[in-house]
Design a protein around this ligand. Sequence first.
Ligand code: GCU
Length: 673
Amino acid sequence: RLDGSGLWFTHMETIESGPLACPSFIYMPQSTPTFSIIHKELKSGLNKLYNQEVKDESQLDSNGLCVGTSSQKDLSTYFKNEELSVLGNDGYIIRTVGNNVTIIIANTDLGALYGTYHYLRCLQTDNTHKANFDIVEIPSYQRRILNHWDNLDGTVERGYAGHSIWQWEDLPEKISPRYVEYAKANASIGINGTVLNNVNAKPDILKLEYLEKVKVLANTFRPYGIKVYLSINFSSPSALGGLENSDPLKEEVQNWWKEKANEIYSLIPDFGGFLVKANSEGLPGPQDFGRTHADGANMLADALKPHGGIVMWRAFVYNSSGNDRAKQAYDEFKPLDGKFRKNVILQVKNGPVDFQPREPFSPLFGALHQTTLMPELQITQEYLGFSDHLVYLGTLFKEFLNSDTYTNGRNSTVSIITDGSVYDDSITAIAGVANIGLDSNWCGHHFAQANWYAFGRLAWNHQLSARKIATEWLMQTFSHDPDFLNQMSGVMMESREAVVNYMTPLGLHHLMGWGHHYGPEPWCEISGARPDWLPTYYHKADSIGIGFNRSSSGSNAVSQYAEPLFSVYNDPALCPEELLLWFHHLPWNYELVNGRDLWTELCYRYSMGVEQVKYFQCTWNSLQSKVDKNRFNDVQNKLAIQLKEAIWWRDACLLYFQTFSHRPIPSQLDQPK
Ligand code: GCU
């Protein structure tokens, strides 16, 4: 089905009563492609919500809704200049002024579009809202970007929702209706950029043939404010241009990139820039020529600069035969601090290893003071049960964004040090690896849509709570029934902790199948396993205990964190229990705060994860009458898979670890089969 239905903003329940009456008309003096969208969205949204046709007026009058930009004098006269100027490009004000007139005002069309979606969201979800609006919103990050790991052959790396939504073979002639639905879904939560292709990029994306297809997508997304970016392959000058090599310090290579940039911008004048994975997991990069990451990034930045483009250079680098992988990105990039051009931004994954169910934040956040950083989150559930497990990531994203790096004293949270408040960054950005595919529900699991939604909402406002986002999403997707909302927001809020429990409790990590990353595989005696995984993966279980010693007596990864984190993480007695085995190798009989020994606690945690999924199942089953049949069945079936696999995880991990601990599973717990 390509109709694009089933996204959060398409489900609108009629408002029976409430403080917010339907406006009696819309006054919208401007007409641009974006204002036409605003008009359409308001008309259809108000119609669905109030069951009324709202008419248009040609002037501001009582009981009306007005939308415009600050250049519109009859609207801007209600606002102070200072409050309008701080809105920047994307911010907006929604305010009810005299005579029950509500005005949505921004400095740009796009700000007005974001304000319009906010207004509709309030009508849909905010029961407590007073009759008068007074909302001022300025986004936390300037660039709020999805990264698609979509290949040109239609497959999606780590994608669990069907094939890629980009129909390359049909473009540029045929424009799938999905593209507009996609743009709307993103604009409705403030996402304003998309990297169309996989970070493991093929040079072909830069061929004219593909750029003409990209141009059509960019044209479709433009009125919704979505800029297009591309992942590039660092060897493109030699692979596509026939140059001898792609050494970034060679003039002919630099010229090739300049010409390529000129070509791209002649087709797509507002092209966003490049995302680059270089010298990582076998991909080419500047180090192939004895150059640094900064040399490579700066060359691309110089080619894009005249056009206003940026380079997002990924810090996801490691050498599997080197020392502790968790340390390597820091070791490589810390010495390059201050060496990057202003239009380069380092894109850093939330954790130091790889999107695990739980990791500490990457120590690069807070370590670089003269280099702009952007967080990379993973929305697709590569290590979290794919789209088969109900795992709400709002809590994971928040835990990361709220992590205190202490780099500039207390409260130097990741969010504050990346949003421009601590460092005077000229670019601020955040990226999320998309979980979108051709599946009729877009994300493979109905609840996986909530993770796309949560990413967008937090990219817009990192101060929102995970629970508020979950509840908002449930109301816009399923139902306004208070019992349903209460029960399912509870499930969502607990779901990430459950997956941590049944997969990788107490700071364990990377126990999953080593190629596909699905299901448990903590044993590593397989042919082809990488050197850093042998002999016992990252859990390092042995007859004495379990855990990766990253303390000062081990790999000393703790030294990459600022005080007091260094001291806290370095001492098992102070280290938060949820990260204990990330930083320490501890004896099986190590006593935890609750008095249990480590082995017993592991058994409890794994079993608790299974119990949590049983509770999710019971809760969902009890809500059958409140959900339509198809979605009820879909989620029910997925929960059955999740339970089976939670048990699989528990049994596989405990039975395997038992071969080291030689201790019994406590008799009160379900015994592994
Ligand atoms: C992980 C993932 C890869 C991906 C890589 C990256 O290792 O498994 O598929 O390419 O991250 O982020 O570059």
